[in-house]
Design a protein around this ligand. Structure first.
Ligand code: NAP
Length: 253
């Protein structure tokens, strides 16, 4: 039996839809007080209402001032911060030969720099918590696999893990753990935008023959946030229905 996390203060970046909204719903359902963030304020308000979050704040994680705004909102509205789910991310596709400098800046700016800025801004609150938890949403793409069109995205997601390993060491004496969830293909608004061919192709490549749900990522994050997971730091959990296991297409046919 896990110690309940009811009452804990939780921030979920990119919590307005998709995986972040699923994480927010799972934490709110467990009685945590959740602050949802995203760039679109109206969407953040709606998501907060739908998942039963304690509040919302509009913020772009690629901007330091916005990350500081999120931390200030957590201090003001939640009275502190115990769990930071740094989940906001983008995954536009472009082959290496066509990749514009702006594409690289945007993907690295949101996914990698945004992760660092968010954690940095929330550090004082996480230290004050005494049992701070940082849970990154990385990906199988980059850390484990590759996929055409996502050189920049894969680099950003692998980069998150490089950040995580040193942050975990630096923050260990503050009682803060830093871990990452590596989703496979999870059915979200963003993923649906990649089209039916992509979704069908991925479904066929997954031994469980289905995409994951946002709640399945939420429950993994919830585990990492428990007191009982307090000795786990700098680690990754792949949640992919077995997608990274087959050695060849025949192995999954
Ligand atoms: P999604 O449905 O497109 O949702 C993305 C969320 O991030 C939204 O709430 C969006 O809100 C927010 N966001 C985007 N840019 C932002 C920025 N600059 N600042 C703050 N918030 C921002 O995507 P998803 O599929 O749920 O993916 C969420 C995370 O999971 C990403 O890090 C992604 O790389 C990772 N992931 C997803 C999958 C998958 O299969 N879906 C697999 C592996 C990893 P606004 O647009 O309002 O800002």
């Amino acid at each position: 039996m896990f110690t309940p996390i009811a009452g804990r203060a939780v921030v979920v970046t990119g919590g307005t839809r998709g995986i972040g909204k699923g994480i927010a719903a799972v934490f709110a359902g467990a009685g945590a007080r959740v602050l949802v963030t995203g760039r679109d304020e109206a969407a953040a308000r709606t998501a907060a209402d739908e998942v039963g979050a304690a509040g919302y704040v509009a913020a772009d994680v690629s901007r330091k001032a916005d990350c500081e705004k999120v931390a200030a909102a957590a201090a003001e509205r939640l009275g502190g911060l115990d769990v930071l789910c740094a989940n906001a991310g983008v995954f536009p596709s472009a082959r290496l030969g066509d990749l514009a400098e702006d594409d690289i800046d945007r993907v690295l700016g949101v996914n990698l720099k945004g992760t660092i800025l968010t954690v940095q801004a929330c550090l004082p609150l996480l230290r004050a918590s005494g049992h701070g938890r940082v849970i990154l949403t990385s990906s199988i793409t980059g850390p484990v696999t590759g996929y055409p069109g996502w050189t920049h995205y894969g680099a950003s997601k692998a980069g998150q893990l490089g950040f995580m390993r040193t942050a975990a060491i630096e923050l260990a004496r503050d009682g803060i753990t830093v871990n990452a969830v590596l989703p496979g293909n999870i059915m979200t608004e963003g993923l649906a935008g990649l089209g039916n061919d992509y979704v069908n192709g991925m479904t066929a490549a997954i031994p469980m023959r289905r995409l994951g749900t946002v709640e399945e990522i939420g429950h993994t994050a919830l585990f990492l946030a428990t007191d009982e997971a307090g000795y786990i730091t700098g680690q990754t959990i792949v949640v992919d229905g077995g997608q990274t296991l087959p050695e060849s297409p025949e192995a999954v046919s």
